[in-house]
Design a protein around this ligand. Sequence first.
Ligand code: ZN
Ligand code: ZN
Length: 197
Amino acid sequence: MMNRVPGVIESMKQSKVIVISPIGNIPSWITEIVAKKVKKFFGFNTLIKPVLTDISFAFHRGRKQYHSTQILEHLAREAPPGTVKILGITDEDLFIPILTHVYGEAQLDGTACIISISRLVRGTGVDIIDTGSSRIVKEAVHELGHCFNLRHCKDAMCLMHYCRKLEDVDKKISQFCRYCDIILTDSIKSMESNRIK
Ligand SMILES: [Zn+2]
Ligand SMILES: [Zn+2]
């Protein structure tokens, strides 16, 4: 009986997937490294599957950017059966009305999140594979963390720290702090107990 809870969590992790959903032409090395790292951080299997091809509904003519909140609603609706969370990856620039741009957005404790790679790979030049992919993975895990009910963290080294600039993203290490790690584990446990009620 002692390991009853971990056992139940393992069963959910085997039956549910985190969907990595490229929107438009996202290079496969990006979706593949994100899928691999997401599996490592959250313990769920991942599935690379495009569910949205056209996001013109979210385009803002004045700003020439895409309103991420609107895309999240569509991603959540189009998520295939068995989805625990879905992460969209776009190369279009994203915004929410109160900010000039965002690297990503998530439904807090919800199903969908999205990241834009457009600013994350900027200025990386030949270093795109290392610096670019490290930034993309950090932002992907950050947004998925919100879907698992994690809030922003004051620890500048933690993946859940809010970053305004690329220098802030580069400063973070690819880890949750101990506090966020505990909240994440609790969040996954409570998802499972809600599911079997
Ligand atoms: Zn955030
Ligand atoms: Zn933290």
